[in-house]
Structure formats: C-alpha cells, structure tokens
Design a protein around this ligand. Sequence first.
Ligand code: NAD
Ligand code: LMR
Length: 344
Amino acid sequence: MRTSMLRSIKSLATSPSSHILRRGYASEAVPQRKVTVLGAAGGIGQPLSLLMKLNPLVSNLALYDIANTPGVAADISHINTRSEVVGYASDAELGKALEGADVVIIPAGVPRKPGMTRDDLFNINAGIVKGLCEAIARHCPKALINMISNPVNSTVPIAAEVFKKAGPYDPKRLFGVTTLDVVRAKTFYAGKAMVPVAEVNVPVVGGHAGITILPLFSQATPKANLSDEEITALTKRTQDGGTEVVEAKAGKGSATLSMAYAGAIFADACLKGLNGVPDVIECSFVQSTVTDLPFFASKVRLGKNGVEEVLGLGPLSDYEKEGLEKLKPELKSSIEKGIKFATQ
Ligand SMILES: NC(=O)c1ccc[n+]([C@@H]2O[C@H](COP(=O)([O-])OP(=O)(O)OC[C@H]3O[C@@H](n4cnc5c(N)ncnc54)[C@H](O)[C@@H]3O)[C@@H](O)[C@H]2O)c1
Ligand SMILES: O=C(O)C[C@H](O)C(=O)O
C-alpha cells in the first residue's frame, strides 16, 4: 500500500474528532451523521463499508444489500469505532436503511468483464439504480447521493429524473463519484513526474468512461516538465485505468479496493461539507453549466447543502481543449440514454 493511502486511512481512523477539532469544533459538537451503503456486501461495498466504519464523522452506518448483508454487517459491527452498524437484508428493510440518512453511497449493480464497456452494464444497472433512487426519494429525499454504479454517465441522469418525478429535485444533492479517476491521475502523474504522490493534485473533468474522462495534467501540481508524448500516455492510462483492472482481474470483476478508497474519500468530503468545514473541494459528475451538457464532472465546492459551487475548468492546453470537444458527443449520448430510460 502506498504511504499516502496509509496516511489517509490512518487519519480517518484516529481519535473521533481529530480533524474536525482542528477546525474549531468542540468534541461534543461533532454532529450525528448517518451513512447508508446500498450494495454493501459487494466487491466495493465491503471495503467501502469498512472504511466508512473507520470514519469518525459517521455515527450510524446502515449496510444494505440484497445478498449476504447479515455477515458483512456483523463482521464490521465488531470494530471499535464510533459508528453503530445495522445491516438491512431485504427489499422490505430498504426504507429503514435509508430513513434519516445524510449520505447514501450506491455501489449496487453488476461490474464489467473483459471486453465490455461500462455502457454494456446499462441494461441491468439502470433498473437497479432507478429502484433504489425511488426508495431514496421516499425515505431520505434530503440525503447527499454518491452514485458509484456504472455507467455513471447515465446512472446520474437516471437518478435526477427519478427525483424530479418524485417531488422537488435538488441537483445540489446528487453526485456521480469520479474520485477514482482523480486517484489514478494522481498516482500515474506522481510516478512519471517523480514527485511525492501525497502532494499531487490533478483535476479530472468530463465524465466517467473512456475518452469522457479528461485529466487536466496542464493544471497538475507540483509542476513537472513532461513532454507531449508523456502527457498523452498519462491521459490514455487514466482513461483506460478501469479497463486495466478489469483485464487484470480476468473475469472476476472490476476495481473494488481502489474504488472503495476513492469512495471513502468522496463520502468523507461530503460529510465535511455537511458539517460546515470550509473549502472542501473534490471533482464530481454533477448537474452543471460549465459546458453545454447538463451534467459534467469538474471541481465542486462542497457545503452544508451539498454542492455549494461548481467550479469552472480553468485554463486548458490545446490537447485538453481537443479532448473536451471529442468527449462531448459521447457524454451527451450517455446522458440522453439515462434520461430517456427514466422518463419512459
Ligand atoms: N464510479 C466508479 O469509479 C466505479 C469504480 C468501480 C466500479 N464501479 C461500479 O460499481 C458497481 C459495483 O461494482 P462491484 O465490483 O462492487 O460489484 P459486485 O457485483 O461485487 O457488488 C455489487 C453488489 O450490489 C448488490 N446489488 C445488486 N442489486 C442490488 C439492489 N437492487 N440493491 C442493493 N444491492 C444490490 C449485489 O448483491 C452485490 O453485493 C458496478 O456497476 C461497477 O461498474 C464504479
Ligand atoms: O472500469 C470499470 O468498469 C469500473 C470503474 O468504472 C473503474 O473506473 O474502475
């Protein structure tokens, strides 16, 4: 494991209020926060639930899956950290799992096998996500939704349509989790630029599939003098990061451990925003006016109501401008596919 990951996990696991106290809260004032994981017994769900159990900002952890929940919940519940863990195992218990949730993380659905695109998952995962979002609209309409299920470029628009149909839709509360793209871009950049990975920042914009993933290495820090060829190779590796893992797992699924790490980072950012910690910024696929597309991933400032501000793209290199124009038709069609599915 990389040092930065160990450091992050260690900081999540240390004394209950350590990082919030540094920002001026009294320990008694650490708010009660319920996090619900839908798909908690899956490849992502299990390690992500573990990481949320280590997060001192969580007071209640609800683990929901249609299979194997009791074992996972019993196992995680023995860990001596702040949150109380409850497992919910059937459709009949979904409402209870969601009631009172501040953050709902959704890694429910099938993963890719070699040779598949994320869009090939649409037929199964669209229905799963739609059903779960209908329940969210009924039981915790104010929760922040962290959508992990693929294809994210379509499942987020599906969720938006479900929420619109169900009542007042608040786009500030819906997030497609693209943190894994950022995690990968940081790792690959640090390796190539020979800079300490813990210091690296790279925004990744667009969407979460192939060429729609657009890392902005021109804005990467610490700065490094990389050639055009090196930037092209880094961009391609970031775009194909998911496929690299799918192929290495050879039919046994897609990224789970790195995704759990990324999902835990993003949920932690949402919780910090809800708790009023200032300047919490992460990239996420959200409703957006940054381009002419209705949803787009970019840097987002998180606050007490979810998205506080969708930040712009900043200055792009010519290579990135070209990438942006190339990704738009594919992203547009994935968004429209999701909307069509949910509105028909
Ligand atoms: N956003 C990202 O960056 C990213 C990264 C990796 C994987 N993913 C996606 O995450 C999803 C899950 O991947 P995984 O590897 O954990 O798959 P998995 O098959 O290991 O786990 C999925 C879990 O979802 C559960 N599930 C299925 N239908 C459900 C329902 N209606 N309600 C609740 N739970 C349900 C299953 O029982 C299973 O436990 C896939 O769609 C994958 O493509 C996204
Ligand atoms: O590639 C996949 O299918 C899973 C995920 O979207 C990833 O980026 O690892």
